[in-house]
Design a protein around this ligand. Sequence first.
Ligand SMILES: NC(=O)c1ccc[n+]([C@@H]2O[C@H](COP(=O)([O-])OP(=O)(O)OC[C@H]3O[C@@H](n4cnc5c(N)ncnc54)[C@H](OP(=O)(O)O)[C@@H]3O)[C@@H](O)[C@H]2O)c1
Length: 299
Amino acid sequence: MFSSYGEPEELRLAEAPVPSPGPGQVLLRVHAAGVNPVDWKIRAGLLKDFFPVSLPHVLGVEAAGVVVAVGEGVTARSVGDEVFGPVSGAYAEYALAGADRLGAKPADLDWGAASGLHSSAETAYRTLELLKVTAGDTLLVHGAAGSVGGLVVQFAVAAGARVVATASEANHDYLRELGAVPVSYGEGVFDRIREAAPDGVDAALDAVGGAVAGSVELLGGPERVVSIVDPVEAESAGARFTGGGDADYTAQALERALALHAAGTLRLPIRATFPLAEAAEAHRLSARGHGRGKIVLIP
Ligand SMILES: NC(=O)c1ccc[n+]([C@@H]2O[C@H](COP(=O)([O-])OP(=O)(O)OC[C@H]3O[C@@H](n4cnc5c(N)ncnc54)[C@H](OP(=O)(O)O)[C@@H]3O)[C@@H](O)[C@H]2O)c1
């Protein structure tokens, strides 16, 4: 938890009473918690005007674990179920979750990957819905090696779209394995994208920041350009920003991700795993903004 906004060192281990599940909730024994960029942004105070939290605050929006208690009216989940999905205060040994929004963890999906699947899959699914990506479209993804970007590529390819995707060269083979045409970012990136997609691009996602205006110019308009990073940049280019999860999208996204897992093709690499006591180190790594896949905490 942290008691003041600030540097990663503000994160500290503390004892707290085990919470009791309210109506519709379950209590999880957390086996792994997914770390997301939003966590360090909240801790640093960057989101306090839009997303205020009461302090001290236990971070973490997703986890995988075992149900150890159920609240009133819960029928969807039982004690002993292995589950994953949206959780509040996931950086903890025990955390509460809405029973209806959790997915059943497949026995062959490890705890770390399961803990990090929900947030990125929900965001990927949501953005593809907003961009109306269908078979035959060419989709541009800025930041495709990241946790969200990687799932956007996989969902789009599975839907029959062609994907051009930006990442550093270290991640190009990974993007090819996902079915995308990789392009290096940096100076001249839009020239390289035009070469990689000579017939044009139909829709674009900025999952990094700074790529909205160039994407609007490339597409010839903002209608099918979405940012998940910067609302101000999106607004000034006339494009759309999406920032919030949605229960309907969660169910669809988990279904889609689990279908890829069942087919043996889901890729959600683990960038690094840290014990809960080293959450500060996990935040430093996340804030660097490079590398592929999820960062995971083990309580
Ligand atoms: N609005 C929402 O609903 C929502 C939801 C989830 C996440 N987000 C935001 O979306 C962003 C991505 O999240 P994430 O979890 O996917 O992050 P992540 O896993 O940390 O991935 C970041 C990725 O960005 C790539 N990258 C860095 N600079 C780049 C550049 N200039 N051009 C292209 N790629 C670049 C890195 O690849 P290399 O290693 O190849 O550099 C890395 O793979 C974060 O800002 C996060 O806060 C928003």
